[in-house]
Design a protein around this ligand. Structure first.
Ligand SMILES: Nc1ncnc2c1ncn2[C@@H]1O[C@H](COP(=O)(O)OP(=O)(O)OP(=O)(O)O)[C@@H](O)[C@H]1O
Length: 246
């Protein structure tokens, strides 16, 4: 459904250039649940931004449902049915929560339900502005409600757990899982959380701009836990993965 072919990207680093993504090729299949994990700074968010059309790769091609979308931007990709929940969602001063939900839903249908599904009381939030007054966890949940209303064919969540309290986290994981089961959308979650990783049909480990390992949760989880996953032992100095990313 989404195919990445030989994606490379570098950025200026003083007088030289730093390779952020190194020749990444991944074929994300329709209806599957993927998790992308790996150490901080490994290239996960950059890869998500390349898929969404926020960042253009130096080389390589991106395909969606067989169509080459490399030269399209985020608006076109969203229109085609690719949704992205930012690691740090943007804020819009002067725009109310209900306004962005209405745009997503193309009307009022399902708005209240979507807010409730992410654990927010509609009465408390619909008239609030999507500005700095919302906490990190609140804006993250509102963004997820927006994306679920759009019902994209493919959804990328960038660390949905970030800033969300433990109790709400459990509910949020259920929302992501249920949406995946009900809509059979392609789901890609960038995460460090074992609870989400364990839901994956496939886990892709990205470190140092490269795919270091991939496989089922059954295959990869024990490797992540014992720190023997490819370069992790080297990166962690022998500590286990959980310690490495803490
Ligand atoms: N525009 C840029 N210019 C220079 N360096 C960049 C740029 N964007 C990303 N980087 C660097 O590329 C590397 C990968 O960043 P990225 O945000 O993709 O990592 P990540 O795996 O998502 O990390 P985290 O788990 O902390 O979210 C980092 O070293 C980051 O500093």
């Amino acid at each position: 459904m989404i195919q990445l072919k030989n994606i490379s990207l570098s950025a200026a680093n003083g007088s030289s250039r730093m390779e952020i993504l190194k020749n990444i090729s991944i074929d994300f299949k329709k209806g599957k649940f993927y998790c992308i994990t790996g150490p901080n700074g490994g290239g996960k968010t950059t890869l998500a931004k390349v898929i969404m059309g926020i960042t253009k790769p130096d080389s390589g091609r991106i395909y969606f449902e067989g169509e080459d979308i490399t030269d399209t931007d985020i608006t076109e990709r969203a229109r085609m049915g690719i949704g992205y929940a930012f690691q740090q969602p943007p804020r819009f001063k002067g725009i109310r929560v209900i306004d962005i939900l209405r745009i997503a839903a193309n009307g009022d249908k399902g708005i209240r339900k979507s807010l409730k599904s992410v654990g927010l009381c509609p009465e408390d939030y619909m008239e609030r502005e999507v500005d700095a007054s919302l906490s990190g966890g609140e804006i993250k949940r509102i963004e997820i409600a927006t994306i679920l209303l759009k019902q994209p064919k493919a959804i990328i969540y960038d660390e949905p757990e970030a800033g969300v309290d433990l109790w709400s986290f459990d509910a949020l994981v259920d929302v992501i899982r249920q949406n995946h089961t009900n809509n059979q959308a392609l789901t890609i979650v960038i995460t460090h959380q074992e609870r989400i990783l364990s839901l994956a049909d496939e886990i892709i480990v990205i470190s140092d701009g490269e795919v270091q390992a991939r496989g089922t949760a059954e295959d990869i989880m024990p490797q992540l836990k014992s720190g023997i996953c490819c370069k992790f032992r080297e990166l962690c100095g022998g500590d286990d993965y959980a310690e490495c990313i803490r």
